[in-house]
Each structure stands twice: as structure tokens, then as C-alpha cells.
Write a protein that binds this ligand. Structure first.
Ligand SMILES: Cc1ncc(COP(=O)(O)O)c(C=O)c1O
Length: 435
């Protein structure tokens, strides 16, 4: 992104960062955040940046929501940590709450610290309770950066390259990314193609009785903000039932109102066997969870999995407050309505611009697919747009295997004015970059 001015107050810290922070950690905006409130991040100069990234779909209730801050402060003074030495009430209260808001019969919770950690835990449980080794996942998926979740991740080469050998017994089939498939405009044909590939996998490579779980994102996140066609998840559910395979739905990025439902899977009328959550769960505090049915979790004997920090009282208190805010401020409804309006606005603005291939999404999880003039995915335009937005103090991220999709994930609390301001900057940046 843009280099800072020499007089910039960020500079001193950026120099220290260069000296002492492992350079593997790449940051997309070259500013040093000092504080944040609502929809804005403030850098060391006090400059305000409108945040359409929410720390990658984390700050759904806005930055430093007063109710979350209050809950964290109160909890810090009361109980910070016990680990698995004792039960603690916030863990129990949060588990009960997650069971209440989760779809279907999901009622048994395990808490961890990060998205990758909950993926790992769920896969361990699936293997243990089914007694089967294999996992089927989908091209373009992102499930984390630990060594096992790296093996499950296929959204971009940078996440896998040079980390081999990676754990095995993972079989990857195409995800129905309709726009970039041979079936553009025909989701059913695209879904049939994926189902055919799974069928062939069962005939050629692995018997279905060796498969513990399907692992799927209902909207592929890092892979390009690609919602699964409805019939895909329904067919996957049927196939899972037929073969006794668990359906694990990764809602790490899509959960907690982001897509206009509390959980994205509610759009599909499908009940998963296991649902993964993280990011938006605790308003910015580190926490993740997976929830399953008691009849499944009770086959996993006590002591077979655990975590020192997972489900610490402060993060649990933050999560309870965050879910309260989502419910009381009706942020699920807000996400559905504002997200729909944002997409309508963008579709209208680019109706005559073939380089904006598609504006898609669910709720306030929106992807803008960018094309070169020949229709191929355009990393360069996406980068140029993100840079122009940054110069105009709007933070946006890119995603997709080519880095060719802009992703818009504002706080669900963003006002109409803030959304309009962000969209104005974005539309101008896209118009300038597509020239
Ligand atoms: C769908 C999905 N699963 C898992 C992860 C991994 O989460 P974390 O970075 O907290 O380990 C991510 C992170 O972006 C994600 O989007």
C-alpha cells in the first residue's frame, strides 16, 4: 500500500516494526493503529480510517462497543483464568447461549482460541467419533494456518507452498464457484459437476466409509466471497446422511450476523452436524467454538482434547456481551437490509462496466469480482482500487485465488451515512482503476 510521509508519526513505530516484528506478518495498510471506535480506526497521527474490513469480519458490533468493553473490564476484575482446573460460569453461560442461537439440534460446545484451532478440534472429534480417517474439503477453501489447517486450505498457493509434507487423508474437490466455472449463469450445472466429482472420488480414490467429514464454508471467504448455491449444501447433506459422514460447516467468517442471519447456514435450510465459529464471536477478543449434538460429543471421551486458554472467562464475557448487542440492536436484520442495499447500489453503479464481473454476497459480506478487459481475473485492478480507497481513508481488503475480488465487510453497526461515504469512495476508486 501507500508509503508514509517522513514526518508521519506512524514512522517511528513502523521502523521498530521493521526491526523487531517477524516480516512474515504482512499488513495491508501501512498505518499504526492507536485506537478505534465504531466504524473508524485512528492512526498515530489521529487520522481516521473508515473500516470496511472489521479486522477480517471480527468487529461485527463495531470497534470497542461500550457494552463489550464494560463486560471485559468487569470480568478482568473478577476472574481471568482457571483453565481446565475448574469449571467456570462464563464458559457454561456462553455454551448455553450458543446452543440457543445455533440452528437445529446443535447443543454441545467446545471453546478454543482461534479459527484454526476450532477447525483442528472439530476434525479430531470427527475422526475419533466416526473411527474414519478422511476429510473431504473444497478447492478455494481457507481453514487456517496451523499445519493441519494449512493442508485443508487451498485458496492460495502462498498458504501451502514450502510447508510440505502436509498431513494426508484429505481429498479436495471443486467448489461450485459458478462465475469462474464453465457453467457461468447455471448454478445447478455447476453443483452437479461438484457432486459428480465427489461420486468419482468415491469410485476411484476413497471409499465413503473411510470418510469422517465434509468440511465446507457456506460462503467461501478467502477464496473470493463466493456463496455456495443452495442446492449444493442440500445435496451435500443428503450425501453425508447416506454414508454416515459428518457435515462440518465452517462459519468462522460468516457467523454472528455477518450474512444477514445469525449463522449463514440458516439461509440454506440445512442442519450441520458440527458448526465452527470464531472471528465475530467476541467483539474482537480471541475466542472460537465448535458446536455439535450431544449424541456425537458424548462419544468423545473426557481428556481426549483440551486447551489451556480456550474459553477463558474474559473472552467468554466479551462473547456474551457481543451476542447481546447483536440481538438487542437487531444487527442480523440490519446486516440483511444494509447488505442488500449496498449490493443494489453497486450493481446499479457498474451495470455498464464489464470489468466489474459480479457483485455478490449475503448480508454485509460482499464480494466485487474484477476482470481485465479480456474477462480474466484482475489482481491489478483490485490492488489499485484498494490503494485508492486507502488514500481516501477507506480500508478495504482483497481476496480470491488471484487477489481479484474486493471484499466489503463493514461493521454491522455502521450508519447509513458511513456506508454511503464508503461506497462513494469505492465507486470512484473502481471507476478510476478500470480506465
Ligand atoms: C472460514 C475460515 N476458517 C478458519 C479461519 C482461520 O481462523 P484463524 O485465523 O482465527 O485461525 C479463517 C480465517 O480467516 C476463515 O476465514
Amino acid at each position: 500500500m501507500v508509503t508514509v510521509k517522513a514526518t508521519d508519526k506512524n514512522l517511528e513505530y513502523l521502523k521498530l516494526d521493521e526491526a523487531h516484528v517477524n516480516p512474515v506478518l504482512s499488513r495491508s495498510a501501512k498505518i499504526v493503529a492507536e485506537k478505534a471506535k465504531g466504524s473508524y480506526i485512528y492512526d498515530m497521527n489521529g487520522d481516521a480510517y473508515l473500516d470496511f474490513t472489521t479486522g477480517i469480519a471480527v468487529n461485527n458490533v463495531g470497534h470497542c462497543h461500550p457494552k463489550v468493553v464494560e463486560a471485559v473490564q468487569a470480568q478482568v476484575a473478577e476472574l481471568m483464568h482457571t483453565s481446565v482446573v475448574t469449571h467456570h460460569k462464563r464458559y457454561i453461560e456462553l455454551s448455553k447461549k450458543l446452543a440457543e442461537i445455533s440452528p437445529g439440534r446443535l447443543d454441545s460446545v467446545f471453546l478454543a482460541n482461534s479459527g484454526a484451532e476450532c477447525v483442528e478440534g472439530a476434525v479430531k472429534m470427527a475422526r475419533y467419533v466416526t473411527g474414519r480417517p478422511c476429510i473431504i474439503n473444497f478447492r478455494g477453501s481457507f481453514h487456517g494456518r496451523t499445519i493441519f489447517t494449512t493442508a485443508l486450505t487451498t485458496s492460495k498457493l502462498v498458504y501451502r507452498e514450502k510447508y510440505e509434507p502436509l498431513p494426508g487423508s484429505i481429498h479436495t474437490v471443486p467448489f461450485p464457484y459458478v462465475y469462474r466455472s464453465h457453467h457461468r449463469g447455471n448454478p445447478e450445472a455447476c453443483v452437479d459437476e461438484t457432486m459428480h466429482q465427489i461420486d468419482m472420488l468415491f469410485k476411484q480414490i476413497v471409499h465413503p466409509e473411510q470418510v469422517a467429514a465434509f468440511l465446507v464454508e457456506p460462503v467461501q471467504g478467502e477464496g473470493g466471497y463466493v456463496p455456495a448455491p443452495v442446492s449444493f449444501l442440500k445435496k451435500l447433506r443428503e450425501l453425508a446422511d447416506k454414508h454416515g459422514i459428518l457435515l462440518i460447516v465452517d462459519e468462522v467468517q460468516t457467523g454472528f450476523g455477518r450474512t444477514g442471519k445469525m449463522f449463514c447456514i440458516e439461509h440454506y435450510g440445512v442442519e450441520p452436524d458440527v458448526m465452527l465459529m470464531a472471528k465475530g464471536i467476541a467483539g474482537g477478543m480471541p475466542l472460537s467454538a465448535f458446536i455439535t449434538r450431544k449424541e456425537i460429543s458424548q462419544k468423545w471421551q473426557p481428556g481426549r482434547h483440551g486447551s489451556t486458554f480456550g474459553g477463558n472467562p474474559v473472552s467468554c464475557a466479551a462473547a456474551l456481551a457481543t451476542i447481546d448487542v447483536i440481538e438487542n440492536e437487531k444487527l442480523v436484520e440490519r446486516s440483511a437490509k444494509a447488505g442488500h442495499e449496498m449490493m443494489e447500489h453497486l450493481r446499479k453503479a457498474f451495470a455498464n462496466n464489464p470489468q466489474v464481473g459480479e457483485v455478490r454476497g449475503l448480508g454485509m459480506m460482499i464480494g466485487v469480482e474484477l476482470n481485465e478487459k479480456d474477462g480474466s481475473p484482475s489482481h491489478d485492478i483490485a490492488e489499485a482500487v484498494a490503494n485508492k480507497c486507502f488514500q481516501n481513508k477507506l480500508l478495504v481488503l482483497t481476496c480470491g485465488s488471484h487477489g481479484h475480488v474486493l471484499r466489503l465487510i463493514p461493521p454491522l453497526t455502521a450508519s447509513d451515512e458511513e456506508i454511503k461515504k464508503g461506497l462513494d469512495i469505492l465507486v470512484n476508486a473502481i471507476n478510476d482503476s478500470c480506465k
